[in-house]
Design a binder for this molecule. Structure first.
Ligand SMILES: [Zn+2]
Ligand SMILES: [Zn+2]
Length: 158
């Protein structure tokens, strides 16, 4: 899967892709969105039940929100080793533009690498081209390079 390959290339973390077995919780009908924090709770308890110690990154199609943000591209909880990324706002179609698989793969890779960075202890970065920069818009996400800045790379690979 190109996304997991890209994430591995960026983070140095070898990823195994599997079908999702986590029961998807947190769906909020009034918003037609999923509460990202509730979803991370579900991933955490799934990991505990199945004694999974490796970090888990869940990729879903539904749109995510948090109590503080009307939407988020993704969310990570480092102590639990749990993260989620949503594809809902990563496709051109969402913005009324022609669909493009390469764009979608690029954005999922960047978001996946970003949340993986959090799982390995990185915080947000002020460099707008760095993977750890927190994008609020698609344009900001597209403005990021598929790599960590040298400061973040240092922290990640020490
Ligand atoms: Zn972040
Ligand atoms: Zn950085």
């Amino acid at each position: 899967m190109p996304v997991s390959r890209n994430i591995a290339a960026m983070t140095g973390v070898k990823a195994t892709v599997s079908e999702n077995n986590v029961r998807l919780t947190g769906y909020t009908g009034s918003k037609r969105q999923v509460d990202a924090a509730a979803l991370l709770d579900s991933i955490s308890s799934y990991k505990r039940r199945h004694e999974i110690t490796d970090p888990v990154l869940l990729v879903i199609g539904q749109d995510l929100f948090t109590p503080r943000h009307s939407f988020v591209f993704g969310l990570a909880r480092a102590p639990a080793g749990a993260a989620v990324v949503s594809a809902a706002r990563l496709g051109n179609e969402y913005y009324g533009r022609p669909a493009c698989d390469d764009d979608l793969i690029d954005r999922l890779s960047k978001e996946g690498a970003h949340e993986t960075g959090h799982l390995f202890g990185l915080d947000h970065c002020t460099d707008p081209e760095c993977i750890m920069y927190k994008p609020d818009t698609l344009a900001e996400l597209d403005g990021k390079k598929k790599m960590f800045c040298s400061a973040c790379r240092e922290k990640l690979f020490g």
